[in-house]
Design a protein around this ligand. Structure first.
Ligand SMILES: Cc1cc2nc3c(=O)[nH]c(=O)nc-3n(C[C@H](O)[C@H](O)[C@H](O)COP(=O)(O)OP(=O)(O)OC[C@H]3O[C@@H](n4cnc5c(N)ncnc54)[C@H](O)[C@@H]3O)c2cc1C
Length: 376
């Protein structure tokens, strides 16, 4: 039986980030990933992810994203590859909705740079927007997007450089806490370790079945629409955005290299099982997102250039789980990233490694398991 200090179960977003953090600490670690590293079966498909600091969900997340941002920059410098694109970001809200104000609250609390705009000013600065005068927006110059594949590849390369083993196409069948350590059985071998970090994304519910965590997997669709004229949507003049209105929340990115606009709905989504979910988009499924995008932006055509399916793993309060297991503190879980975890990955990876290795490290209260287990 091969022995490691730490095993990471799941080499997706958070597992790759944990691997980089463990590697930097010089810890003999093994990452077990059931697919090839970087794939479209879990939660990191779709090429790009928004990073924003004026965090509408709660100011509690601001220090975490600030730490993550610094680490993304460190990773970029180490990898020599571009990962972070700072396009600026717009958090917009229709009258009666509070997303923009909530973003402003976080910006004010932490002294982040922002501009508070009404609909008129939004249209003046970015003429493709056609929101009415009574919309509100918080513009954040620090926001932008992360390129998923270069980001995850850089994390894995960094981890490997520091001696971490990443085993691809190896599925964990069972794990159990064994005395002070753990035993992990895969479809190829049995391993032992002192610590286990479980970062299994949408598969977490099944791997942690004994805990009975209230996790729901949602099937989400992503759409790339052709633009009548991509020029005003170019990354040097069009920020990433989130809009909240009667139609729910949609978000989007500047035009990609092929001149297409990627847009998706953050709200909604069908409950799904990662083992059986339909990973093809269906005919007509883009209509709601398209209608909402066309209502607020000029020049978005009806032509779908590309689409994909990706999975959210939701907690009831949409806050993450980053904590040790109560009865087996040698096992650390990073799960339930509820459709907004990617931007934080570098900081979460560091936190997962610290929880595994440093007995004095405590979980962030907002991300503690106890809040969910107390629901029973
Ligand atoms: C459509 C969409 C848009 C999003 N947009 C944003 C955004 O703009 N900004 C943002 O910050 N976040 C965003 N997110 C959220 C973010 O991408 C996720 O929170 C993050 O990717 C979750 O990472 P994870 O490591 O939990 O899951 P994953 O990246 O899916 O990793 C889990 C890994 O575990 C592996 N695994 C599972 N079970 C086993 C097993 N038994 N054996 C071996 N390996 C196993 C899986 O194969 C997988 O690779 C978005 C998510 C989606 C789906």
């Amino acid at each position: 039986m091969v022995h490691f200090s730490v095993i990471v179960l799941g080499g997706g977003t958070m597992g790759s980030a944990a691997a980089w953090a463990l590697g930097k600490r010089g810890v003999r670690s093994l990452v077990l990933e059931q697919f090839r590293h970087v794939h479209t079966m879990g939660s990191h498909g779709g090429k790009t992810r928004i990073i924003r600091h004026a965090y509408a969900e709660s100011p509690d997340y601001v220090p975490l994203v600030q730490r993550a941002d610094r680490l993304w920059q460190e990773l970029e410098a180490e990898a020599g590859d571009r990962i972070l694109y700072r396009t600026g970001g717009l958090d917009l809200a229709a009258p009666g909705f509070h997303h923009a104000r909530d973003a402003r609250t976080s910006a004010e609390r932490f002294g982040l740079p922002f501009d508070w705009l009404d609909g008129t000013e939004v249209r003046r600065r970015w003429p493709v927007w056609k929101v009415s005068d009574d919309w509100e927006a918080c513009y954040s110059p620090q926001a932008g997007y992360l390129a998923v594949e270069p980001g995850l590849r850089a994390l894995a390369a960094g981890a490997r450089q520091h001696g971490v083993t990443i085993s691809e196409e190896e599925t964990v069948l069972h794990w159990h806490a064994d005395g002070a350590g753990v035993q992990v059985e895969t479809d190829r071998a049995v391993y032992t370790a002192e610590r286990l970090i479980i970062t299994a994304g949408p598969w977490s519910g099944r791997l942690l079945a004994e805990l009975g965590l209230p996790l729901t997997v949602l099937r989400k669709t992503l759409w790339w629409f052709e633009l009548d004229d991509p020029a005003p949507f170019a990354a040097d003049r069009f920020p990433v955005f989130i809009t909240e209105s009667e139609a729910g929340e949609i978000y989007g990115f500047p035009a990609d290299q092929s001149g297409r606009l990627k847009v998706a709905a953050h709200s909604g989504g069908e409950p799904a099982d990662p083992h059986t979910v339909d990973r093809e988009t269906r005919r007509g499924e883009h209509q709601d997102v398209l209608k909402t995008a066309q209502r607020v932006l000029q020049g978005v055509s009806n032509r779908v250039a590309e689409s994909s399916v990706c999975l959210y793993t939701m907690t009831p309060d949409t806050d993450f789980i980053v904590d040790r297991l109560p009865d087996s503190p040698q096992v650390v879980v990073g799960a339930g990233f509820s459709g907004h975890g990617f931007k934080f990955a570098t900081a979460i990876g560091e936190q997962l490694a610290a929880l595994a290795l440093d007995p004095a490290e405590t979980p962030l209260p907002r991300l503690a398991l106890s809040r969910l287990l107390a629901l029973d």
